[in-house]
Write a protein that binds this ligand. Structure first.
Ligand SMILES: NC(=O)c1ccc[n+]([C@@H]2O[C@H](COP(=O)([O-])OP(=O)(O)OC[C@H]3O[C@@H](n4cnc5c(N)ncnc54)[C@H](OP(=O)(O)O)[C@@H]3O)[C@@H](O)[C@H]2O)c1
Length: 264
């Protein structure tokens, strides 16, 4: 049987760093690298070598994801690592996005994660790991990143509960909650909205987050947090009322919810 890892959103940013970490594992024969653009995945294979197998797929389309189950059966693959990393943000108010764009974010950030897990778990043996990328944005409601932070709160809760449910199968599930990372996320997130996230405190590079996430998954932790700043925010969000946390966030971002957009 072929032993594989599946990494979604593997072509850039945090996903590429996950691919670098998993590539070093001798027991892995292939890394199925999923993203929409084939050219970027081919580039990844050139950079990281033949273990990388490009699997171009739009994970916001559930009918496409279902084909993955057929591929796993046909190739008699056993999945040792499933890393659900693909996701995106939009820095704006609820009304700045069309209904279609709002639902698409939910389709990728939530439905894609759930579908990938449900399809892959039957192919995962004891000792295998699911790593779902959530965010520091999951710790509290975030006005003007309302939808994104809510999708990541879902991923965090879902993953931690899944970790309990998977104990009898010997599979771990870990929610990774990074703070700001130097990646391409901002290109898609910044749509020029008047009230939007513009200040990025505690920025980190994604390599450290990927390394720690894999270590934490292998230790069986249900949550992985990197950096003093993100840990501090995590504790703050547990101790302080959520209304106060939202107020602090708005002050940090210099956003006045009562002003007209043109006055920001
Ligand atoms: N950057 C941050 O500050 C930060 C902080 C906390 C959490 N995160 C989370 O980290 C994860 C990785 O993001 P990143 O920062 O590394 O951003 P990124 O550099 O923009 O990477 C996103 C990856 O997802 C793929 N992707 C996007 N839409 C897709 C779709 N519909 N189907 C399949 N693949 C898709 C992209 O490739 P294609 O465009 O070719 O599809 C790319 O490989 C996300 O879940 C994000 O929410 C990021």
């Amino acid at each position: 049987m072929k032993k594989i890892a599946i990494i979604t959103g593997a072509s850039t940013g945090l996903g590429r760093e996950f691919a670098k970490v998993i590539r070093k594992k001798e027991e892995i024969d292939e890394i199925w690298a999923i993203a929409r653009h084939q050219d970027k995945l081919n580039r990844l294979r050139k950079q990281l070598g033949k273990k990388i197998r490009p699997v171009p797929m739009d994970l916001s389309k559930s009918d496409k994801i279902e084909k993955l189950g057929d591929m796993l059966s046909a190739e008699q693959a056993t999945v040792l690592y499933l890393i659900n990393n693909a996701g995106y943000a939009k820095f704006c108010s609820y009304g700045d996005l069309s209904v279609r764009d709002s639902i698409n974010m939910i389709d990728l950030n939530i439905s894609g994660v759930v579908a990938m897990g449900l399809i892959c778990i039957p192919f995962m043996p004891r000792g295998s790991h699911i790593i779902n990328v959530s965010s520091q944005a999951a710790f509290q409601p975030l006005p003007y990143q309302n939808l994104y932070s809510s999708t990541k709160a879902f991923v965090r809760n879902y993953t931690r509960a899944l970790n309990v449910e998977l104990k009898d199968r010997g599979i771990t599930a870990t929610a990774v909650c990074p703070g700001w990372l130097k990646t391409n996320l901002y290109e898609r997130a910044d749509i020029g909205a008047a009230k939007a996230t513009k200040r990025f405190y505690g920025m980190n590079t994604p390599d450290k987050v990927a390394r720690k996430a894999v270590e934490d998954a292998e230790k069986g932790k249900d949550i992985s947090i990197y950096s003093f700043y993100v840990n501090f925010c995590h504790i703050g969000a547990k101790l302080l009322p959520q209304k106060l946390m939202m107020e602090l966030w708005l002050r940090q971002q210099h956003i006045n919810p009562y002003s007209l957009p043109s006055q920001q």
